[in-house]
Design a protein around this ligand. Sequence first.
Ligand SMILES: CSC[C@@H](O)[C@@H](O)C(=O)COP(=O)(O)O
Length: 366
Amino acid sequence: MSEDKKKSIMDYDTVALDEENHALVIIDQTKLPYNTEILSLTKQEDIWSAIYLLQVRGAPAIGVAAAIGIYLAAREIEASDFEEFYQKFRKAKDYLDSARPTAVNLSWALKRMEGIVLDNKDKPVAEIVEELHKEAVKIREEDIWVCKTIGEYGLTLVNPGDGLLTHCNAGQLATVKYGTATAPMYLGQERGYHFRIFSDETRPLLQGARLTSFELKESGLDVTVICDNMSASVMRKGWVNAVFVGCDRVAANGDTANKIGTSMVALAAKRYGVPMYICAPTSTIDLNTPTGKEIHIEERPASEVVEMWYEKPMAPEGVKVFNPAFDVTDHDLIAGIVTEYGIAREPYSESLKEIFRRKQEALKDE
Ligand SMILES: CSC[C@@H](O)[C@@H](O)C(=O)COP(=O)(O)O
């Protein structure tokens, strides 16, 4: 890149491993869109806080950060035998796993890393750590293929010139590249589809306004920010042909947890006949959770609703505040769940199992 060309947000890695300095490198997303600050994290407490404070956020990016984080923790473990190593590894894993409860990618990535430890238990600790290194890099690399493939499937659901609506940020900033809900948008742009995108601002943390509209605009897409209470209105006007959103956990029956406000969008979409698609890497589908009722919804501090982003508190001091970070969209409001192994449709209790059968077949052939 020439020195005088300003670096775009899309030129930075959302989440990466700095091999030389043994650090997790992230863009501090709490500072966007005004400041692009890169954080280089080596301590477990800092990695935990980065996930908790949403400096790195979005289900897939959290999973990648956790994989790199636990590899870095394993490097530091001093142990005279496997048992001691494994005990300390488990402690570090449980600690990172406690940073956020809803996005299943966090525990998915940590469990996958634990599997590597157990599969290599007969090797010396240094070799187990090297296997963890390789797996963390693999999880990160896989995410690029997964998102691109979701984009390809997603693109089959829309037409050039369509109006698309999205909620929160399921973009490149939530993954390694392409995003999930934004992947069809980016691939469509490469192929001249000229989509018109509506990005819900997504209160209270404004991921849609601060992050989605930022990355789409920087990439040259036609994007319009709307307040969360405007999505029904733009649908009613006929400006939206499809809704694409990401997710934090899909239950076995298709009920889907995503950013608070998603279920409201789904209800409006159903009313106005707009298909709503959930873009879900299989790492976000949790067949061990039967329905949305069993999904643990994270509650966050009141200050995020009444203070953050405002010069003065915007509600009376001491007023009660309810701040769930996610909600559950009932499966019957969802037109399809777009994964890297195809598009699942109702009945999801069957079609999601079929997606995992395809995944197993594909992994066997590798
Ligand atoms: C591809 S990201 C999918 C979801 O994680 C995303 O839609 C979302 O809800 C993110 O919530 P956040 O609280 O910003 O981590």
